[in-house]
Design a protein around this ligand. Structure first.
Ligand SMILES: [Zn+2]
Ligand SMILES: [Zn+2]
Length: 204
């Protein structure tokens, strides 16, 4: 998996050698995040990482959001739906974990990946675009997994909700993200619980 990730990113000129130790650190990713692999005809052809919460791997996200990192599909797996299967598996896992939105960052020249993300339903989030190192600009995408923002009760969109995101790490959601009902919120010694009469309880 380290070899595949490094060869796709470095071998095809998408990354600087400074990034190689991180690209190869599969064990580090697996310790804090979920590392997925795609196998085609008995051969490893793709891998990606899904990070949720506020781990070091979940760049630019807040509580309740997940981030897809380091999607790599080797040339032999392209055109076979490998990248799409990996991304869709990430979306399912993020939804099951209770995440409301999935983010990702991608380099400007990874145009095949951009088409894939847009086909799946991700939209551009220019206000989140960023530079991890000088000279490298990353374009960002996001896909809401639920219809409503838990903090303001408005439609959850890929961009915006800045105030909601700022309080997401501290305050419990007031609205159910699935049905927009008011949650019954209780503050506990260790955090909070928020319950929807229809969709159950969340804790933070
Ligand atoms: Zn909001
Ligand atoms: Zn609900």
């Amino acid at each position: 998996m380290a070899e595949l990730t490094a060869s796709v990113y470095l071998g095809e000129g998408f990354s600087s050698p400074d990034y190689e130790p991180q690209l190869r650190d599969v064990a580090g990713r697996a310790a804090e995040a979920t590392v997925l692999v795609a196998v085609l005809g008995g051969r490893l052809v793709g891998t990606t990482t899904l990070a949720s919460g506020r781990t070091a791997w979940a760049e630019q996200s807040v509580t309740g959001e997940a981030v897809i990192r380091m999607l790599a599909v080797e040339p032999g797996g392209r055109g076979a739906g490998v990248g799409e299967a990996l991304v869709r598996d990430c979306l399912e896992r993020a939804a099951l974990a209770g995440c409301t939105l999935v983010r990702l960052s991608s380099q400007e020249d990874m145009t095949a990946a951009h088409r894939l993300y847009e086909r799946i339903g991700f939209t551009r989030t220019p206000s989140f675009d960023w530079s991890p190192i000088p000279g490298l600009r990353l374009r960002t995408y996001a896909l809401p997994l639920v219809p409503w923002c838990g903090w303001c009760g408005e439609v959850l969109t890929a961009e915006g909700h800045d105030r909601c995101r700022r309080t997401a790490d501290l305050d419990p959601p007031r609205y159910c993200a699935q049905c927009k009902r008011r949650m019954v919120v209780q503050v506990t010694p260790s955090g909070w619980t928020a319950a929807c009469s229809e969709h159950g309880r969340r804790a933070g």
